[in-house]
Design a protein around this ligand. Structure first.
Ligand SMILES: [Ca+2]
Ligand SMILES: [Ca+2]
Length: 198
């Protein structure tokens, strides 16, 4: 029958198409597991925590006798909308110690909440001294960083005696799911959010 002869190749074509579609489906799944450049950073899951860690270069950089503000002295950290640094998007809130600073017995500036809000530090007040420890904070108004934003950290020291610190973004207050640490390069350091997002 002419119809049968025509129908068989047609059926085989359908079967082959189904098989090929299966292969293609697998290939598509593999491809989707490897995001392209535009989707490597998942900004839909904005990290709501920031971990700020003292990073003394050696023990002598946290003098316990000559100063009562051991380690990096964090005044404030804020998010700007873009590199022009003209519009503040958020400041820190709900700061608390994650690893208590223990390098020096005496720290007159151990109130983590002093890193919250806009900059207000003076040589005598308004900052938290990390004392070889670290603090975790959230962002005011729940406004976390996104690509294109700039995160500016303000540390009180100046000149060659600056006290280094590191920051990283986290998804939890225990800092178990975090991006990579970025090192401060100057007392006031500006970090492109893209270098901290994960
Ligand atoms: Ca200090
Ligand atoms: Ca402050």
């Amino acid at each position: 029958m002419p119809d049968s002869r025509l129908r068989l190749p047609f059926v085989l074509t359908l079967l082959c198409f189904a098989a090929c579609a299966g292969d293609n489906g697998t290939d598509t799944a593999d491809a989707s597991a490897t995001p392209d450049t535009a989707t490597e950073v998942d900004v839909s899951a904005t990290p709501q925590f920031i971990h700020i860690v003292d990073a003394p270069t050696d023990d002598s950089s946290v003098p316990c006798v000559s100063t009562k503000s051991p380690g990096a002295d964090i005044d404030a950290i804020r998010i700007f909308d873009d590199p022009s640094l003209s519009s503040v998007k958020a400041t820190l809130s709900q700061c608390q110690w994650l690893e208590a600073g223990t390098r020096c017995d005496e720290n007159l500036y151990d109130d983590a909440s002093q890193a919250e809000g806009p900059p207000n530090g003076s040589p005598f007040d308004g900052f938290v001294s990390l004392n070889s420890g670290s603090i975790v904070c959230q962002w005011s108004s729940g406004q976390g960083p996104a690509l294109g934003n700039v995160i500016q950290a303000i540390e009180m020291s100046s000149g060659p005696d600056r006290e280094p610190y590191q920051i990283r973004l986290c998804n939890d207050a225990s800092a178990t799911t975090c991006g990579a640490f970025q090192n401060s390069t100057t007392p006031t350091s500006n970090f492109p959010a893209g270098s901290l997002l994960f």
